[in-house]
Write a protein that binds this ligand. Structure first.
Ligand code: FAD
Length: 259
C-alpha cells in the first residue's frame, strides 16, 4: 500500500458566514493556512476544495490522512481504524485554524464528518488494457472507447499540496472497454476507480463522472452478452447502444471549449 494516494476524511462546518468565507480566494486561503503552519499548526494540506451550497455551511476536502507517515493500508482493518481517528483529529485541528485565521469562520463548528474515510485508491484490476499516464495526458482515443475523460491527473501524494498534470484546453482521452475486462477471471466486468490503470493514470480516471460512465457501459455490455462471454461483446454495437442511451463518447471540441 506504500505508494497509494492519500485518503481524506470529508467534513462540513456550519455557523459559517458563507458570504465572507466564499469571498476568500484559493490563493488567499493557501497563504492563510501556510501562516498557520508557520505558527506551529500541523496541517497536512494548505490547499483543498471548499464548497458551499447552503448558507452557513461549507464542505471541506482538505484533510490528508497518514498512518505512520504512509497512506493507510486499505486491506488492514487496524490501519483503517487508526486512519478514521486521525481524519477526525485533523477535522478538529482545521476547525481551530479556520476559526482563528480565515475570515467568515470565527463562529464555525463541525457539523459532521463523512461516515467513512474517503479512499481515493485501493485495489485495481490488471485488465486486457492498462491505461497509462501517456495515454491520459496524450489524449489517446480508442476504437473500443466506452467513455471520455477530461480530468487532469490529480495526485494526492506527499507534501502539503496536490500534484496536477493537465491535458490541453478542451482536450480529453477515452477509456477503452478493455480497461474493464480483467485478465484471468472469466466473464467479469469491473467498473469504477478499480479500473485497469497505472497509479498515475488512475489519479485522473477515478472521478465520479467516469465511474458513472464505466458502470453504464458495463451494465449494457453485460446485458448484451446474455449467456455469452463479455469479452466477445460486439463493441461497435455497445457504442451504438451507449449513444442511443445518451452517452457521449467523443465530445465535440467546441462544446468542451465553450464549457
Ligand atoms: C476524498 C475524496 C474526494 C473526491 N472528490 C471528488 C470530486 O470532487 N469529484 C469527482 O468527480 N470525484 C471525486 N472523488 C473520486 C470519486 O468520488 C471516486 O473515485 C468514485 O466515487 C468511486 O466510485 P466507485 O463506484 O468506483 O466506488 P464507490 O463510490 O466506493 O462505490 C462502491 C460501492 O460499493 C459498495 N460495496 C462495497 N462492497 C460491497 C459489497 N460486498 N456488496 C455490495 N456493495 C458493496 C460500497 O458501499 C459503495 O457504495 C473523490 C474521492 C475521494 C475519496
Amino acid at each position: 500500500a506504500g505508494g497509494l494516494q492519500f485518503p481524506s476524511t470529508m467534513f462540513r462546518m456550519a455557523g459559517v458566514d458563507t458570504e465572507r468565507a466564499m469571498a476568500v480566494s484559493r490563493d488567499e486561503m493557501h497563504a492563510l493556512l501556510e501562516r498557520a503552519v508557520a505558527d506551529g499548526y500541523e496541517l497536512p494540506r494548505t490547499a483543498g476544495g471548499i464548497y458551499s451550497v447552503r448558507e452557513g455551511i461549507v464542505h471541506l476536502n482538505i484533510t490528508r490522512v497518514k498512518v505512520d507517515g504512509r497512506s493507510p493500508d486499505p486491506f488492514d482493518p487496524a490501519s483503517l481504524s487508526r486512519a478514521e481517528s486521525e481524519g477526525r483529529r485533523q477535522a478538529r485541528r482545521y476547525l481551530e485554524v479556520f476559526r482563528r485565521y480565515v475570515p467568515g469562520y470565527e463562529r464555525a463548528f463541525i457539523l459532521d464528518t463523512g461516515a467513512e474515510l474517503g479512499v481515493r485508491e485501493t485495489r485495481r484490476i490488471v485488465g486486457a488494457h492498462v491505461m497509462t499516464t501517456e495515454e491520459v495526458i496524450g489524449e489517446r482515443k480508442f476504437d473500443d472507447a466506452i467513455a471520455p475523460s477530461c480530468w487532469p491527473i490529480e495526485e494526492h501524494g506527499a507534501g502539503r499540496s496536490t500534484r496536477w498534470v493537465w491535458m490541453s484546453p478542451g482536450g480529453y482521452c477515452q477509456i477503452p472497454y478493455r480497461a474493464l475486462l480483467p485478465r484471468g477471471p472469466e466473464n467479469l466486468l469491473v467498473a469504477g476507480r478499480c479500473l485497469s490503470a497505472t497509479h498515475e493514470a488512475q489519479a485522473a480516471l477515478r472521478i465520479t463522472a467516469n465511474c458513472f460512465s464505466m458502470g453504464q457501459a458495463a451494465g449494457i455490455a453485460a446485458a448484451m452478452a446474455g449467456d455469452g462471454r463479455v469479452a466477445d461483446v460486439d463493441v461497435p454495437a455497445l457504442q451504438r447502444a451507449l449513444a442511443a442511451a445518451g452517452a457521449v463518447l467523443a465530445p465535440r471540441p467546441e462544446a468542451a471549449v465553450d464549457a
